[in-house]
Write a protein that binds this ligand. Structure first.
Ligand SMILES: [Zn+2]
Ligand SMILES: [Zn+2]
Ligand SMILES: [Zn+2]
Length: 280
């Protein structure tokens, strides 16, 4: 399985859209891994996790063909994860010679509402609409997409909707995409323990980096990430072969790449950056 991080910032990006704070100014000067776009990832070039506001940029930067994407799993409807408006360009006269005639979207009711707004707008041509299927997904539901098995688990995030984290399995490899979320809910921990997953890779919400973060918050910091990993290790979901990444950094956490790498060293976590591909 090839897993690629496309965007590794929180909603505001790094540097943040309108910000002149010290961290953002440093990112502008240093560039490279310090430039972080809005959260998105792709598996094997065909399964997208979220359709963020930077999807077009991600495709150009990474040489992706978005017409080859068959499945899009949405975590929740926040704008940095769900920006459906570009989907209206998936058809003639905006796109020719597409490889995959149909893309299937999976998401909660709030994502569906966002998608419906785009469909009802005058920009959605029948040529685009006919190639998009929306399938509602519920917490604790496992969906088969080709040879992928994807399970939605409830996140501690966006309480006005049902936000999800995802377990994605294919041909013996399993990834836990654990964002956006705060400290995991008891029922999510219980499910992971009961299912006895063994994760080849985990991506953790580290929005707050080393800033304080309560267990009731909708995001995590490094210490909380470490506690999540400790619990998963006790369940047998994590072992010495599990590749653990932190991602979804806010500029308020000063997520300059080298700084976060130094903070992660004692934990043995790797720091995700835009464009990082992980071979599993
Ligand atoms: Zn987010
Ligand atoms: Zn800033
Ligand atoms: Zn969010």
């Amino acid at each position: 399985m090839k897993f690629r991080f496309l965007g590794t910032a929180a909603a505001e990006g790094m540097p943040a859209v309108f910000c002149r704070c010290e961290a953002c100014e440093k990112a502008r000067a240093l560039k490279g891994k310090n430039i972080r776009s809005r959260a998105q990832a792709i598996v094997n070039g065909e399964l997208l996790l979220d359709f963020s506001s930077d999807t077009y940029w991600h495709a150009v930067q990474n040489g992706l063909y978005l017409d080859e994407v068959k499945y899009i799993y949405f975590t929740h409807s926040h704008m940095d994860h769900c920006s459906c408006v570009d989907l209206q360009l998936r058809g003639k006269p905006f796109a020719h010679g597409m490889k995959e005639p149909v893309v299937t979207l999976y998401g909660n009711e709030a994502v569906k509402a966002q998608f419906d707004i785009v469909c009802e707008g005058e920009g959605m041509f029948p040529s685009a609409r006919s190639g998009i299927v929306f399938q509602a997904i519920k917490a604790f539901e496992t969906v088969k997409s080709g040879d992928y098995e994807v399970t939605a688990l409830p996140a501690r995030h966006a309480p006005q909707e049902n936000a999800y984290v995802y377990v994605i399995s294919r041909r013996g490899k399993t990834v836990f995409y654990c964002l956006d979320t705060g400290w995991l809910l008891d029922e999510t921990f219980a499910y992971l323990q009961e299912k006895k997953y063994r994760f080849d890779m985990i991506a953790l919400d580290c929005t707050s980096v080393d800033n304080p973060s309560a267990d009731t918050a909708g995001h995590m910091n490094l210490q909380q990430n470490a506690r999540v990993v400790e619990k998963l290790r006790a369940f047998g979901c994590v072992d010495e072969r599990t590749k653990i990444f932190v991602t979804h950094f806010s500029h308020n956490g000063n997520p300059l790449h080298e700084r976060v790498e130094a903070l992660c060293e004692p934990y043995g976590f790797a720091v995700a950056y835009d464009g990082l591909e992980v071979e599993l």
